[in-house]
Design a protein around this ligand. Structure first.
Ligand SMILES: [Zn+2]
Length: 259
């Protein structure tokens, strides 16, 4: 197996890889491990002292839970694995406070967080709008958790696709096929259709080409894959991948030990 990075967004949070000589089982195991087992920080408990905003406590608490917080996996433990046995301590909890009186919009950046490293990824995320004299005051606790408990703890969006394999065959209507492709994967020279190698990686297997010509065959490889990781911002992409791989390796070791 080998892996190369194909593209990376400016902030590094969206990356696309080409994984070669692998299998659907492996890339899917990696995808599911990332979604379900890579922990991140999120607000879990909120105690409202005052809430005269237009939103119910429950709605507000739900919105707070969905705010992505920068996560330092070296510093924090999952509550279930912490030495405090889940009772709550500085190693497994971050304390958060907020007190605001309207008129104003309360943003994620207004949260007073005990650990300055655990700040909101997007400071300008609106939480609630307060009118004249409306007030929100609460204390909250953020802790590590896993996507399998609640999707607010997922580190990002992960998906894959088989590398496009296109067989043009004996196509009678090359122009139509070329025009049908929204990703400009085909080129036409002197009436002869060919696959534009530099655009092939844009092919998302939509099969618009096969709908205008039955001769053209398109399928995704079951050995080579595009693999996308889009972090919500709590963790860098590299850490998401390495944490997931460590987890998978740990599962293998556990299995071997019980054997
Ligand atoms: Zn603890």
């Amino acid at each position: 197996m080998n892996i190369t990075r194909i593209s990376k967004s400016k902030d590094g949070l969206k990356q696309k890889f080409l994984v070669k000589e692998s299998s659907p089982a492996f890339v899917n195991a990696l995808r599911r491990t990332i979604l379900a087992y890579v922990p991140t920080l999120a607000i879990e408990d909120v105690e409202f002292h005052k809430n005269s905003s237009a939103l119910y406590d429950e709605v507000l608490a739900h919105r707070l839970g969905l705010i992505p917080l920068k996560t330092d996996l070296e510093t924090y433990e999952l509550p279930s694995e912490c030495s405090c046995k889940g009772e709550g301590c500085a190693k497994c909890q971050v304390k958060i406070k907020l007190s605001k009186v309207g008129p104003c919009t309360v943003y994620a950046e207004d949260l007073k967080i005990s650990d300055p490293k655990a700040k909101p990824v997007y400071p300008k995320m609106p939480i609630v709008k307060l009118l004249e004299n409306q007030e929100v005051t609460f204390e909250a606790i953020a802790q590590l958790g896993r996507g399998k408990q609640h999707s607010k703890w997922t580190p990002g969006h992960v998906y894959y696709q088989g590398y496009p394999e296109i067989d043009i065959g004996n196509c009678p209507n090359p122009e139509e096929v070329k025009d049908a492709c929204p990703k400009n994967v085909f080129s036409l020279t002197k009436g002869k259709l060919s696959v534009n190698k530099s655009n092939l990686e844009n092919c998302d297997l939509c099969k618009a080409c096969t709908s205008v010509c039955e001769e053209v065959k398109v399928k995704g490889s079951d050995k080579d894959f595009f693999f996308w990781v889009e972090s919500w911002g709590q963790l860098p992409v590299k850490e998401i991948l390495s944490t997931a791989l460590d987890y998978l390796e740990g599962l293998g070791k556990d299995f071997e030990k019980s054997l």
